[in-house]
Structures are given as structure tokens and as C-alpha cells.
Design a protein around this ligand. Sequence first.
Ligand SMILES: Nc1ncnc2c1ncn2[C@@H]1O[C@H](COP(=O)(O)OP(=O)(O)OP(=O)(O)O)[C@@H](O)[C@H]1O
Ligand SMILES: [Mg+2]
Length: 308
Amino acid sequence: MIETKRLTKHYGNLTALVDLDLVIEAGDIFGFIGPNGAGKTTTMRILVTLLEPSSGQAFIDGLDITKKGKEVRRMVGYMPDFMGIYDDLKVFEYLEFFAAAFSIEHKKRKSIVEGVLELTDLQSKGSFTVDSLSRGMQQRLGLARVLIHDPKVLVLDEPASGLDPRARIEIRELLRELKRMGKTIMISSHILSELEEICDHIGIIEQGRLVFSGTMEEIRQRMGVQSKVRVQVANNQQRAIELLSALPEVQDVQSTGRYIAVTLDKDQNTDGIIARVLVNGDIDIVSLEPQQVKLDEAFLQLTKGIVH
Ligand SMILES: Nc1ncnc2c1ncn2[C@@H]1O[C@H](COP(=O)(O)OP(=O)(O)OP(=O)(O)O)[C@@H](O)[C@H]1O
Ligand SMILES: [Mg+2]
């Protein structure tokens, strides 16, 4: 549904995007993750035709964004990282304004506005002024606004930033609902764990380059998230350490009192290898637990260039 080919953007001497190749399937929620200045907003602004690429191509539903701008804009709902402020407008006036901007017929506007207010759970706020809403409600209003013209594709730039945990969960549920409605959603964040539960696929961008793209499961494997195992044996711990240390898959073995901490090369089916060698060595296993390395820690490693 969204595809970029060698997308590149220079701002004067600064290169913000380099040969970015992205593919986002229809109906997916795609998490676009990267630290500040990585190029997320630049990519999104190009996709929604607010910015021209320096080179490369981008397509939405097969349409070239530089040639079919009007059609692309009709198909896409874009929520920028900072919303413009229309302080003294009431919520429904604000939405009717955008309905008018999308040339929605006058007589249909009211029911469409009511529909998006309901979807974003803001029905009771229609006659409140926009600036009287809490930050979480303003973010939901931002989503209501991009839904007005019923776009197939949503491009949301950090919609959960600055929200408290409850408001984040509400946004997440709303995104799930939108996915159920068949929308394709691209969403940016600099925190991987914030998106891990809802995203089908993740792309990690660093200094304008895509350093990883895949499913959450692939990302866990790639980052070696399950590569540590804590083992407890009933007898002969020293022998167990020797046997484990001799395995080619094992990077490191430490004795930590009752436990043995084993670090394996990433992408290994850790439990199986360890259990087999211990059992073959006549050592009784009391427990064997894969240790989750925290996702955000692993992500920091990835973006520091340790895992590439
Ligand atoms: N209008 C501009 N003129 C010059 N440089 C820009 C402009 N917009 C962005 N940049 C630069 O391009 C790079 C990418 O910026 P971009 O806003 O796309 O990053 P981002 O991933 O969205 O970051 P953040 O997480 O802070 O929102 C940065 O180095 C930024 O300084
Ligand atoms: Mg940004």
C-alpha cells in the first residue's frame, strides 16, 4: 500500500534521508521508529506530498506521489507531530472546518463529524473549545480530523507523544479499531516498546537510513533478545560450566552462585542446545529460563550500531 524506492532528501548540505526502501502492506500497522533527527517526519511529509523528495520514488496504492498528488492526498490522512492551534473554535466547528476543506457536501458534514467524534470517544466534547481539551483528547481530536475524509491510509507522526499511560492505551485501542476498519497505518515513535504491541511490522531508521525492517518477532531475534539463559543444576555445577563453555554457540558462561548465566549467539534456539548438552553429561537440570533482555535496551544497542 505504501512503497518507497531509494527515497532521498537533502536539505541544503544536510542529508536527511538516504536511499530509503520501505514496503508497507495494506491493512498493516507499521511502526516507524528512530531517534530524534533520524528522518521520520521527513519521510512522512514526503509521503503525504507536503515535501518533495530530492531523488527516489514513493507510491501510495500504486500512485506516484510526485505525479498524482491530488489523488494521494484524498487517500491519505496525515496527523503532523504538532497540530496547529485553533484556540477559540469549538470541537465540532473545528471538524466541520476540515470537512469543508475536504469539499465534503454541506448536508453530509454533520453526520460525518458525529461519526468521527463517536469513533474517537469525543461525543460529549463537541461544544467544548479545542484549547479546553486535555492533551490526550487533543490527540484524539487530531485523529478525528484525519478520519473526516475516510482515508484508506493514515500517516501519524508521534500520535502518542506527551500522553500519560492511560491516554496511550486509549490511542492504541483506537488504532486497533481503525485497523479493524481496514485502514493501513504508518505510525512513528522513538520508543520501540510503545509500539510493539500494536505493530505488525517495524522499520527502524537511523540517520536517514533504514537499519532494520521486519516483524516484532524478527526484531527480537535480530537483537538477540532471547539469547541469555539462566540455568540451575542439581549436581556438578563446575562440570556443567565446562560443558556449556565448550559449545560453539555459547559466548559466555558465568557462575552466579546457585545459577549459571549463559549467553548465546543471537538467533539460537537456546534452551534446546543447553538442555541437550547437560543431559548428555549426566547433569540434572533444576531450572532453565530464557532471560528477556529488555526491548528498549536492545533497541539502544541496535541504534548504536552494535548489531547491524
Ligand atoms: N526544513 C528543514 N530544513 C533543514 N533541515 C531539516 C528540515 N527539516 C528537518 N531537517 C533535518 O533533517 C533531519 C531529519 O529530521 P526529521 O524531522 O525528519 O527527523 P525525525 O526523525 O522526525 O526526528 P524527531 O524524532 O525529532 O521528530 C534532521 O537532521 C533535521 O535537522
Ligand atoms: Mg519528527
